[in-house]
Every structure is written in structure tokens, then in C-alpha cells.
Design a protein around this ligand. Structure first.
Ligand code: GUN
Length: 280
């Protein structure tokens, strides 16, 4: 039976550390790290994320602002808000919640955020820094996975690490972080041939494809570490990951549950990035 990697507990521990570091920061500087979150439109999932981000800020002693803009907001209005936040000394981190309504250009907005306030690490400047291995900010989800591994005593060095998924937000930076940690890294995607053959070679398997219960026992090497980044809703409303937990848990050596694995770590990493930005 696999060790369950408890993302809730590890996240709570790191938030406690951030809270202490924040108190020390405030005592020294006389102001708190500040995060601005921008949300455009009414997407219900985004509303929940944004509320949780604001709550998390409060919990660790940050200053936070949420800017809720109507769905019909024009590009120039959104750009002007980003410009204002870039210039605002109270604000050290800016996050524009994605996805944006279709008529808005995401790339234009992300390029406009001052890279030193880009706590999502989505700006090409920060993406490039991650490639080189000289970074201030890591994208929250891959950073959360690395923190889970580290705090569970799992070292990727020399291991076969397989990432399923090649998105800019998760798959690609995830592969890069595992590489920086000296893993031997393979990225798989929808065009990969003989996927199960590749994934069965993995000592560490990270799954981020967004398909419920996609990875079964036939795709996992006995004793592998399995990290499930997926967050899918079943027809009965239950949350489930990209990994068939019931099937895989008995053969893995360690596994993250959904919910309660990677999910709780992402906002924690956002807090970490905001504190880093404030310290700069
Ligand atoms: N939408 C879903 N996840 C994220 C995230 O990590 N950052 C932003 N900006 N939008 C998101």
C-alpha cells in the first residue's frame, strides 16, 4: 500500500512558515506583502479560486486586493488596471485569473504585468528564467509538486521522471523543474506512441492531462511515486484526479490523493511567490 502524500498537511505546514516569515517582514519593513488578484467575468470556478486566494492572503498576514471586472470589460480597461497595479507600491504580486473572456487577449495582458510582480510566472521573461534555472518565481502547480516531493523525502536525482501533459502552465515547467533536480525526464502527450510502455518506466510519474481516471494500474511500475495534478468532476459531482486511485494505490510506493494532494499546494506556492516578490 502506498504512502499517501498529504498535501493538506504539508500545505498547512508551509503556510505556517510563511506566516512567521511575513510577521518578521512586517516588523522589519513596516508594511505587508501585497497581492492583487484580477478577475474578469463570472466564471464560477474562477470565483471560488479567487475567494480562496484572498482568504489565504489574510491567513498569513498579507495585504490583498481583489479587482472584479465585468465580463464585457475592454482590453484597454484591463491593460490600464494592470498598469496601475504595476505602479502601486503596496502591490508586490499581480495575478490575472485565467481564463479571460474570449474577446480579451490573454498574451497581451500577461506581457503587460511587470515581470518582478508576476507571481504566476507566466510572463515569457520568467518562463525563460525557469528554462535557464535562474528563477525568482516558479509557476504554482509545478512548484507545489516539487515541494510535496521534497517534504516527503523523495529525491528525483537520477530517477526516471515521466510527465504526462505538455501545457505551458504545468507540463513543460514541471519537466524543467524535475530536470533541474537531476531527474531523467520524459514528456508524454496526446501523440505519444505506446504511452503505457513509457509510463511503466517511470520512478516518478506526474499526471497532468485533465482526463478523469486516465492512469490505471497497467500504466504504473510497482513501487513508483505517482503525483496526480488532475482535478475533474465526475457525473455524480465527486472530484477525481487523472489517476484511478483505487487501482494505482496498491502498487505505488507513494501517491497524492485528489482532493487533498497537489490542489492545496498551489495557493501556498502563490503566497510563497508573493513573499519573494515583496522581499526583492
Ligand atoms: N486559472 C486556473 N489556475 C490558474 C493559475 O494558477 N493562475 C491564474 N492566473 N489563473 C488560473
Amino acid at each position: 500500500m502506498a504512502m499517501r502524500i498529504d498535501g493538506k498537511a504539508i500545505s498547512a505546514q508551509i503556510r505556517e512558515e510563511i506566516k512567521e516569515a511575513t510577521a518578521a517582514f512586517v516588523a522589519e519593513k513596516g508594511y505587508a506583502p501585497g497581492l492583487a488578484v484580477v478577475i474578469v467575468g463570472e466564471d464560477p470556478a474562477s470565483q471560488v479560486y479567487v475567494r480562496n486566494k484572498a482568504l489565504a492572503c489574510e491567513q498569513v498576514g498579507f495585504y490583498s486586493e481583489v479587482h472584479r471586472l465585468p465580463a464585457q470589460t475592454k482590453q484597454e480597461e484591463l491593460n490600464a488596471l494592470v498598469d496601475r497595479l504595476n505602479a502601486d507600491e503596496k502591490i508586490h504580486g499581480i495575478l490575472v485569473q485565467l481564463p479571460l473572456p474570449k474577446h480579451l487577449d490573454e498574451t497581451e495582458v500577461l506581457l503587460r504585468i511587470d515581470p518582478s510582480k508576476d507571481v504566476d510566472a507566466f510572463h515569457p521573461y520568467n518562463v525563460g528564467k525557469i528554462m535557464i534555472g535562474d528563477y525568482d518565481f516558479l509557476p504554482c502547480t509545478p512548484a507545489g509538486v516539487m515541494a510535496l516531493l521534497e517534504r516527503s523525502g523523495i529525491d528525483p536525482a537520477g530517477k526516471n521522471c515521466v510527465v504526462i501533459g505538455r501545457s505551458n502552465i504545468v507540463g513543460k515547467p514541471m519537466a524543467m523543474l524535475l530536470l533541474h533536480a537531476n531527474g531523467t525526464v520524459t514528456i508524454c502527450h496526446s501523440r505519444t506512441k505506446n504511452l503505457a510502455e513509457v509510463t511503466r518506466e517511470a520512478d516518478i510519474l506526474v499526471v497532468a492531462i485533465g482526463r478523469a481516471d486516465f492512469v490505471g494500474a497497467d500504466m504504473v511500475k510497482p513501487g513508483a511515486v505517482v503525483i496526480d495534478v488532475g482535478m475533474n468532476r465526475r457525473e455524480d459531482g465527486k472530484l477525481t484526479g487523472d489517476v484511478n486511485f483505487e487501482e494505482v494505490e496498491p502498487i505505488a510506493s507513494a501517491i497524492t490523493p485528489v482532493p487533498g494532494g497537489v490542489g492545496p499546494m498551489t495557493i501556498t506556492m502563490l503566497l510563497q511567490n508573493t513573499l519573494t516578490a515583496a522581499k526583492k
